[in-house]
Structures are given as C-alpha cells and as structure tokens.
Write a protein that binds this ligand. Sequence first.
Ligand code: HEC
Ligand code: HEC
Ligand code: HEC
Ligand code: HEC
Ligand code: HEC
Length: 227
Amino acid sequence: MSTLGKKLDRLLIKVVVPLVIAGALVGLMLGYVVFYSNQFTDTGYRPQQPIAFSHRLHSGDLKISCFYCHSAAEKTATATVPPTQVCMNCHSVVKRDSPEIKKVIQSFEANKPIEWIRVHKLSDFVQFKHQVHIQAGVSCFECHGPVDQMDVIRQEKPLSMGWCLDCHRKKNILTQPSRLEDVIERASKDETFYEEIKGGLKKHQGTPWVQEHQRKKGSTNCSSCHY
Ligand code: HEC
Ligand code: HEC
Ligand code: HEC
Ligand code: HEC
Ligand code: HEC
C-alpha cells in the first residue's frame, strides 16, 4: 500500500471515526432534549385512568374542597392521591350500581389500592415541597391549571426549571388571585376574613395576612432545589 494510503488510514482512525462517534452522540443528545425533556413532552400529558373519576364533577359541580382528598398538600412534600376509603365515605351509599363505582367498591373490599396513573412527575434530582407553597398562599390552580373543569386530569404547565424560576423571581405572587379561596380559607382560619378576602386582594392591601404573604418569595439558589 502506498504511504498516501497509510496516511489516509490513520486519518480515518484518528479523525473521521471519532468525528462520526461524536456526531452520533451529539445527535442522540439533541434527540433526547427535543423529544424527551419535560419542556417538550409533558405539557398536555393526560393518561386514561383506571376509573372515570372526574374532578369537574367532584370539585366543580359538587364543590368538594381539594383538601378533602389532598389534605397532605398542606403538611407534606407530596399531595398524595386519596385511598379508596375516602371515596367510600360517599360511595358506600352513592351510585352503588354504576359500573365505575363497582370498581371502587371492589378495590375497597379486596383491600387493593386503585392503580391511578401518575401525571405530574419531576426528575429525582429536583426537590419540590407542596407544603411550602401551600402555606405561602400559592393556589393549586397556579401550578395545575383549572383542575375543577377537567374530567380527565392533564398536565397544564411545563414543570421545567425555567417555569419554577419565573415564579421564584416574582416579588409579589399574590397580586393576581385566580382561585386563592381554598388556600386562604385554610390559612386564615377566620371566616369573617375569608368572606372579605375572597373577592380579590387589591382592596385588602395592608391587612396582616396579605402583608405577611406578599413578602414570600421563592429562591433562585441551585441548592434550594437540587441537593
Ligand atoms: C373526591 C376526591 C378528590 C377531590 C375533591 C380532588 N381530587 Fe385531585 N385527585 C383525586 C384522585 C382520585 C386522583 C387520581 C386520579 C386522577 O388523576 O384523576 C387525583 C389526582 C389529582 C392530580 C394529579 C396527580 C398526578 O398524578 O399528578 C392533581 C394535580 C389534583 N388531583 C389536583 C386537585 C385539585 C387542585 C383539586 C381541587 C380543585 C382536587 N384535586 C380535588 C381525588 C380528588
Ligand atoms: C408551586 C406549584 C404547585 C402548587 C401550588 C401545587 N402543586 Fe401539586 N404538583 C406540583 C409539582 C411540581 C408536582 C410534581 C412533584 C414531583 O414529581 O415531585 C405536583 C404533583 C402533585 C400531585 C401528584 C404527586 C404528589 O405530590 O402526590 C398531586 C395529587 C398534586 N400535585 C395536587 C396538588 C393540590 C391538591 C394542590 C393544592 C392544594 C397542589 N398540588 C398545589 C406543583 C404544584
Ligand atoms: C363527598 C362525597 C363523594 C366523595 C368523597 C367521592 N364521590 Fe364520587 N360522586 C359523588 C356524587 C354525589 C356523585 C354523582 C352521583 C350522581 O351522578 O348523581 C359521584 C359520582 C362519581 C362517579 C360517576 C359515577 C357514574 O357512573 O356516574 C365516579 C366514577 C366517582 N364518583 C368516583 C369517585 C372516586 C374514585 C372517589 C374517591 C377518589 C369519589 N368518587 C369520591 C360523591 C362523592
Ligand atoms: C407560582 C409560584 C411558584 C412556582 C410556580 C414555584 N414556586 Fe417554589 N416557591 C414559591 C414561593 C412563593 C416560595 C417561598 C415560600 C416561603 O418563603 O414560605 C417557594 C419556595 C420554594 C422552595 C423552598 C426553598 C426556598 O426558600 O425557596 C423550594 C425548594 C421550591 N419553592 C421549589 C420549587 C420548584 C422545584 C418549582 C417548580 C417545579 C417551584 N418551586 C415552583 C413560589 C413558586
Ligand atoms: C426553583 C427550583 C430550581 C432552582 C432554583 C434551580 N433548578 Fe435546576 N431544575 C429545576 C427543575 C424543575 C428542573 C427540571 C427537572 C425535570 O426535568 O424533571 C431542573 C433541571 C436542571 C438541570 C437538568 C437540565 C435541564 O434543563 O433539564 C440542570 C443541569 C440544572 N437544573 C441545574 C441548575 C443550576 C446550575 C441551578 C442554579 C443556577 C439550578 N438548576 C437552579 C429546578 C430548579
């Protein structure tokens, strides 16, 4: 083989092969970012659940408080989905003949949890705590959208780092109350005040509850969410 041929061989091994491998890796990474990162795929995620449980019916029409079923959100990091026992508080009587309720009763009698499919899920390297946000007066609707109008739960927000930080940079998250009622109701434990405040916050500037909660602001330090 000619020296030129050998040189070409070496060139192939030393330059072209690594380039092809690097190219393939970059391609894979880009593909991963575009197709699998939260920002691009999870918004709108709306899996079919094992039982046709409707938030529109239970929260919207029947006006059952979010905290009746997700009370853990106030106290712990996870909001948790209620155990079948909570459904049975009503469905041991209500609509027992419905095929969907029969599934609920079956789960209860067999002592087998209903296998709800998880909708919102952050990667393991991020820490999120519900109770911090609920106690600060952030409404469920701010992060989960109009759940009370959803027959099937769907992910409304990207839950990306940019999305968390957008809110953490805001100085005053309580100026645009959408549906703060349910949080404020719990936070204030004062019915007269609740009646006063639920119409909007603007005319209540200066009251102690608003003042205290307006000071709350999330952090942008890496270590508050990644540790
Ligand atoms: C009667 C009980 C009940 C009430 C009231 C209720 N929920 Fe739920 N929630 C459930 C159950 C059961 C699931 C799991 C099934 C599903 O996703 O539909 C769930 C799921 C969710 C999820 C998705 C969890 C995941 O997998 O990511 C969110 C978010 C949520 N609820 C928010 C709310 C909000 C906000 C309210 C108040 C407007 C509320 N819920 C009221 C029972 C309830
Ligand atoms: C500041 C934004 C924010 C607020 C406010 C918020 N959530 Fe969440 N929620 C999230 C995020 C982010 C996840 C995914 C958490 C994870 O994977 O660790 C989640 C997950 C959930 C889940 C499923 C997983 C779990 O933690 O059990 C339920 C149920 C839920 N939220 C219900 C609620 C309810 C009910 C409220 C109001 C009482 C509420 N959330 C308020 C952001 C929020
Ligand atoms: C506070 C009372 C209450 C609780 C708690 C409750 N429900 Fe209901 N549920 C009702 C009422 C009332 C209806 C509507 C009945 C009607 O259509 O007249 C209903 C309707 C339903 C239906 C529709 C049935 C059909 O065939 O029309 C399903 C499915 C259902 N509930 C599932 C659940 C599940 C699952 C849970 C627990 C996570 C739950 N419910 C908790 C009161 C409740
Ligand atoms: C709608 C506004 C809002 C969104 C969206 C939001 N947060 Fe927050 N977060 C807050 C506020 C306000 C506080 C401060 C609470 C306090 O000081 O008591 C906070 C506090 C925290 C804290 C406690 C540490 C600290 O002092 O900052 C963590 C951790 C946190 N948020 C993580 C997240 C993550 C992760 C996301 C996205 C998945 C997120 N938050 C989305 C408003 C928000
Ligand atoms: C308010 C909470 C919060 C803070 C503060 C924060 N992050 Fe993140 N970070 C997140 C969330 C949420 C994700 C996306 C997680 C997922 O995809 O499930 C993320 C993802 C990441 C990723 C993975 C790549 C990506 O974009 O998905 C890296 C790397 C990262 N963060 C680094 C940092 C660094 C460095 C800082 C400090 C400058 C920081 N983060 C501050 C919440 C936060």
